[in-house]
Write a protein that binds this ligand. Structure first.
Ligand SMILES: *Cc1c(COP(=O)(O)O)cnc(C)c1O
Length: 398
């Protein structure tokens, strides 16, 4: 292992007394992000004003950062671009894939997918016409459900609830053999485990940056378009910054070069500044090392929790190679248990109806964190510390 995880951990601001196991939902703040945003606000926006678009390179930032993310997901330079939120990027990828595969009307997904992806697919189908439809099957049934009616297979590689990981290469090959295209959502993959979009021959991929890439709340999403589609894919959301020549102010749309056409409007410069600083951490880390350490941490957590908390049921695959970088347990009182844990300094999260979710992020999660979290969880369970009215009142965000 060549990655120095003590050094990467030192690059994050981690509040005293907290074991943070929710970087799969919102990554912690890289120390350099605060300084970088401050610089962008005062020295760039403040002093350069409108000149910042050229002088500070704001306009090129979505592609520049896209290339850096591309290195983590097996995407060549010039195939990834930043912007908007993940839900929007799902819609764009799906719309383009439907258009390329013009004679078919079905998008196939699974019931473990994140609801927003399914909602966006439903909304797009409604817009395209009554014959378009979203079909969902159980995650285990996806491979067998791919047939020649499917235009697009749209899957999230790692299940947000259970952490179960699809076999991207095998499912993509199966989809292609049936004449379908693929849209892969990497929300719980990018920065969590090695992804090789090129080797898997994926058509489109999307993902967010505020989870394992630590861009901060509201950080923009990314979209990948395979090189062989990049000059033909037509963006459904054809905004001016995806135009071939935005500053020609033509009255009609001409798609820009390659993946640049997936840009829509003005990029979120302040969020991108935070993300650009966060990406510096990856210059010190090898994603294969991250994966190996992640499996060690998650295996140790499963072993520790199963030994000390008999009423919690493992919801994640036991085999580390079959899950992402999170571990989930089921319990009917999962929400209250998580609130008690958070009150005691162990931050994970809860996903309805009964999932306690813990993310392990080797860039800053240590084996000590695993031990502390296991000990405190065992205390919460053994002493029924969760059984208090204040832990049962649901907050807006769980
Ligand atoms: C986190 C997540 C989202 C969130 O989408 P936003 O538009 O960024 O709010 C969407 N899809 C999946 C699979 C996710 O895990």
């Amino acid at each position: 292992m060549t990655t120095d995880f003590t050094a990467t951990r030192a690059m994050f601001h981690l509040p005293e007394g907290v074991v943070y196991l929710d970087g799969n939902s919102l990554g912690p703040m890289p120390k350099a992000a605060a300084a970088r945003v401050e610089h962008t606000v005062t020295a760039e926006w403040g002093d350069m004003l409108i000149r910042g678009w050229n002088l500070a390179g704001w306009m090129a930032q979505p592609s520049r950062i896209g290339d850096r993310i591309g290195r983590l997901i097996g995407a060549p330079a010039g195939t990834v671009v930043m912007g908007d939120t993940l839900s929007i990027k799902v819609y764009q990828a799906l719309a383009s894939a439907f258009e390329i595969n013009g004679s078919r009307r079905v998008v196939l997904s699974d019931t473990g997918n994140f609801p927003s992806d399914l909602y966006m697919a439903e909304g797009l189908c409604r817009t395209l016409g009554p014959e378009y439809r979203l079909v969902t099957v159980a995650p285990e049934a996806v491979a067998d459900a791919i047939d020649d009616s499917v235009a697009v297979l749209m899957l999230t590689e790692v299940d947000y609830r259970t952490g179960r990981k699809h076999d991207m290469a095998a499912l993509t090959a199966k989809a292609h053999a049936a004449g379908a295209l693929t849209v892969w959502d990497l929300a719980h993959s990018a920065g969590a485990l090695p992804v090789d979009l090129t080797a898997a021959n994926a058509d489109f991929a999307v993902g967010c940056t505020y989870k394992y890439l630590n861009s901060g709340p509201g950080g923009p999403a990314f979209i990948y378009v395979a090189p062989h589609h990049a000059e033909t894919a037509r963006p459904a959301l054809s905004g001016w910054l995806g135009h071939e020549a935005p500053f020609a102010f033509d009255l009609s749309y001409r798609a820009g070069r390659g993946v640049e056409r997936m840009r829509v409007g003005t990029p979120p410069v302040l969020q991108l500044a935070a993300l650009e600083a966060a990406m510096d951490v990856w210059d010190m880390a090898d994603i294969h090392d991250v994966r190996a350490r992640s499996i060690e941490l998650t295996d140790a957590f499963i072993t520790g929790v199963e030994a000390s908390c008999p009423t919690l049921t493992l919801a994640s695959p036991r085999d580390g190679t079959l899950r992402g970088s999170q571990v989930s347990f089921r319990h009917a009182e999962g929400y209250a248990i998580m609130q008690a844990l958070i009150a005691l300094g162990v931050i994970g999260d809860f996903r309805a109806p009964d999932i306690l979710r813990f993310g392990f992020t080797p860039l800053y999660t240590t084996m000590d964190d695993v031990t502390r979290a296991t000990t405190i969880l065992a205390e919460v369970m053994a002493g029924n510390l969760w059984d208090r009215p204040e832990y049962k009142a649901k907050a807006l965000v769980t």
